[in-house]
Design a protein around this ligand. Structure first.
Ligand code: ATP
Ligand code: MG
Length: 578
């Protein structure tokens, strides 16, 4: 992992220590404003297609678009690029709005839909037909592919390319009114079949598609292609900087051509590198497959890299925004180490998450010399990083649970936790010593650890100075609350799940151990009232959040957000030493 030093990683490592790093898009906007372009206006947009849930890659685009607008006193629109009725759904629109809002961005009253521009786009198409720049073509998809040529060979003109304006207008009108079957005719731009850029070889602008659209219903029988709709939608909205990912670089000359031919407001398209993350996939198509085939429980499964998934996992919007700022904006594609995202999360949770005690794999401890019916309320600090978070009381009594892992009947060398004859400190409480064990008659396994405590060693008391090598967490059996805890690991076993020999399905790299369910954990009573979605540090174990979808008072359910081990901090320290 540490060896994967991509361009973004080395840039971001430097960035992580500085304040907001500048980047080439910010520089372009600054320069445009200095030169008085667009009267100094900055107007961006985030343009999702509502065909799936947003993922962490989209968060990069959201932070960039909304962030630049805010920084320069401009505006950012939320525009749904909904020109493909067959894959789009209202549930996706709703989830996208929820996710953008949750990330902390506000589009005001500027919630737009490319489908709202249908009539305007149709008029633009008529304008191009009338100026002899577009024609109706009867080639089917296969024929069109044949005529298109290849990267090394020019294409051939369609036999329908020289239709008269009147004939084109008539046919296009009839396409609109639904006279022709799906796929039978297209409207194409008349550009150049010999262009080295295949996107300019008379690209399709409209296709016949008699599908019901989630907003316009059955009103339209033709739909514009993304390439025809996108740039014109930006223009209609007065966008100044149309920021998109690299795959659209080769389409830019086509967008420019449309805008120039139509002679309308011309936004400047700027491409940046899309975010890739290790141990996951960032493609709506693939994420949809994981959901449909049941590899995960849904779009918001806490293992998913979707915004809904990582939110349910316990990520905070601050951590994600901070991550997006730190990774910067580069021109070249690269892969960011997921450990860096996790590092940003830990940094945020370290400050805000109260620290509590929970025992995930419990074993009973009986303190023989502690009075049977006594309970003490011990003071515990909620977060040493932030004294304003105060303290709470933790009940202590004669019978406790500790982690099975914190006891060994036969301790290996260097094991300082509880073992026969050995002492440990119980966090916020006393030093205890193991004086024996009780074993299950049938299995021979240790079922109970017998201890004594030293009343002179109460935490915080003036006589508590005696030191032992280990401090462990615990809960009181009589007071603890039962909970289910779900431990998550990376969704894929490989850093790059797509790195496969030909013909092998990427899903083979799914991690069969990405979810472990611990049904019988015990947490301190303080957590009984915890709100859904709230996050805690379980001392020594990691960060956990109350599951926002399924947890209830009757059945408390926690997701492990992240462990405490910060591999990225180690990488960072290592690189500073060099
Ligand atoms: P996917 O490849 O996941 O299906 P997409 O590009 O088809 O994504 P859109 O809904 O078209 O999804 O994306 C909306 C915006 O988000 C676009 O401007 C797109 O460039 C940007 N975007 C999508 N994926 C990423 C990514 N991984 N990193 C940065 N920006 C992204
Ligand atoms: Mg797209």
């Amino acid at each position: 992992m540490a060896t994967k030093t991509t361009e973004a990683n080395s840039e971001t490592r430097a960035a992580a220590t500085d304040a907001a790093p500048s980047h080439f898009i910010r520089n372009i906007v600054t320069e445009d404003r200095r030169a008085g372009k667009n009267q100094g206006r900055v107007h961006t947009r985030f343009p999702p297609e509502p065909n799936g849930y947003l993922h962490i890659g989209h968060a990069k685009s959201i932070c960039l678009n909304f962030g630049l607008a805010a920084e320069f006193g401009g505006l950012c629109n939320l525009r749904f690029d909904d020109t493909n009725p067959s894959k789009e759904e209202v549930q996706y629109v709703e989830s996208i709005k929820e996710d953008v809002r949750w990330l902390g961005f506000d589009w005001g009253d500027r919630e737009f839909y490319a489908s709202d521009y249908s009539e305007q786009l149709y008029q633009f198409a008529l304008q191009l037909i009338k100026s002899g720049k577009a024609f109706v073509c009867d080639l089917d998809a296969d024929q069109m592919r044949e005529y298109r040529g290849t990267l090394t060979e020019p294409g051939k003109n369609s036999p329908y390319r020289d239709r008269s304006v009147d004939e084109n207008l008539g046919l296009f009108q009839r396409m609109r009114s639904g006279e022709f079957p799906d796929g039978s005719r297209t409207l194409r731009a008349k550009i150049d079949m010999a262009s080295p850029n295949i996107n300019l070889r008379d690209p399709v602008m409209y296709r016949v598609l008699r599908a019901t659209h989630h907003r316009t219903g059955d009103r339209w029988r033709i739909y514009p292609t993304y390439d025809f709709a996108h740039g014109q939608s930006d223009s209609i909205e007065g966008i100044t900087h149309s920021i998109c990912t690299h795959e659209f670089e080769d389409h830019r000359p086509l967008y420019d051509w449309f805008l120039d031919q139509l002679n309308i407001h011309h936004p400047q398209q700027i491409e940046f590198a899309r975010l890739n993350l290790t141990y996951t996939v960032l493609s709506k198509r693939k994420l949809l497959l994981l959901v449909k085939e049941g590899h995960v429980a849904g779009w918001d499964d806490p293992r998913m890299p979707t915004i809904a998934g990582i939110r349910r996992r316990g990520y905070t919007a601050e951590a994600i925004r901070n991550f997006c700022e730190r990774i910067g904006v580069a021109k070249r594609n690269s892969t960011v180490d997921i450990a860096m995202l996790e590092h940003c999360l830990r940094e945020d949770l370290n400050k805000r998450a109260p620290r509590v005690m929970a025992v995930l794999r419990p074993i009973r401890v009986v303190i023989e010399n502690y009075p049977e019916n006594q309970t003490e309320e011990l003071a515990a600090v909620n977060n040493p990083e932030d004294p304003s978070m105060g303290t709470r009381k933790v009940p202590f009594s004669r019978v406790l649970y500790i982690e099975q892992d914190d006891f060994r009947e036969e301790p290996p060398k260097g094991y300082f936790r509880l073992s026969p004859g050995n002492e440990v400190r119980l966090r916020y409480a006393y030093i205890i010593k193991c004086v024996g064990v009780v074993k299950d008659a049938a299995t021979g396994a240790v079922s109970e650890v017998r201890c004594t405590y030293d009343p002179e060693t109460k935490s915080g008391s003036s006589r508590s100075s005696r030191k032992v090598k280990a401090t462990i967490h615990w809960v009181s059996v009589a007071h603890a609350i039962q909970a289910e805890v779900r431990l998550y690991d990376h969704l894929f076993t490989k850093e790059d799940p797509d790195d496969l020999p030909d013909g092998i399905d990427w899903k083979i790299n799914l991690n069969p151990q990405s979810l472990e369910i611990l049904p019988d954990c015990r947490v301190e009573p303080y957590l009984g009232d915890a709100a859904r979605g709230s996050t805690f540090q379980f001392e020594r174990l990691g960060y956990f959040c109350v599951d926002a979808a399924e947890s209830s008072r009757q059945r408390l359910l926690f997701n492990r957000t992240i462990t405490l081990r910060d591999t990225w901090a180690k990488i960072e320290r290592g690189s500073k030493k060099l």
